[in-house]
Design a protein around this ligand. Structure first.
Ligand SMILES: [Zn+2]
Ligand SMILES: [Zn+2]
Length: 138
């Protein structure tokens, strides 16, 4: 692949696309109630990359944000199709919802389950990955 691109991804409608310049390995699944509502599912599976490794391509005007009123949680999504998009994890990192990936997902493996205490009552967590009651702890 050209210029160090290790992975690429896009939303359902293709308006928003991105390239990642680091190899991707670890998947974190967040089962918290907010991630469950934002996906309508059991949670969201993401990988974490350094800020400078993520590059949005194309129509970034389609990127919409929603932030909780107390500012402790933020999601970005496509304004036309509603797919969740990569967003700020902390000062130095971004999270990428792994199901957006079109390439570079071959070595992904579930490593951590977060907010397991908040999981949906119908969900059963599989064998892979360490389970954390709340936020990630080393
Ligand atoms: Zn879209
Ligand atoms: Zn969450």
């Amino acid at each position: 692949m050209n210029s160090g691109i290790c992975a690429t991804g896009s939303c359902n409608c293709g308006a928003v696309a991105f390239a990642v310049k680091v190899p991707l390995h670890s998947v974190f699944i967040c089962h918290c109630s907010i991630c469950r509502k934002s996906t309508g599912s059991g949670g969201i599976a993401v990988t974490i990359v350094p800020k400078q490794a993520l590059h949005f391509i194309g129509n970034t005007e389609q990127i919409k944000k929603w932030e909780k009123p107390n500012h402790d949680w933020l999601t970005q999504f496509c304004n036309s199709c509603g797919s969740p998009l990569p967003g700020k994890n902390d000062e130095n990192t971004y999270y990428i919802p792994v199901s957006l990936l079109d390439s570079g997902y071959e070595n992904l493996e579930v490593k951590h389950h977060l907010f397991v205490d908040s999981k949906a009552n119908w969900e059963e967590i599989g064998m892979m990955g360490k389970q954390h009651k709340e936020a990630f702890e080393k």
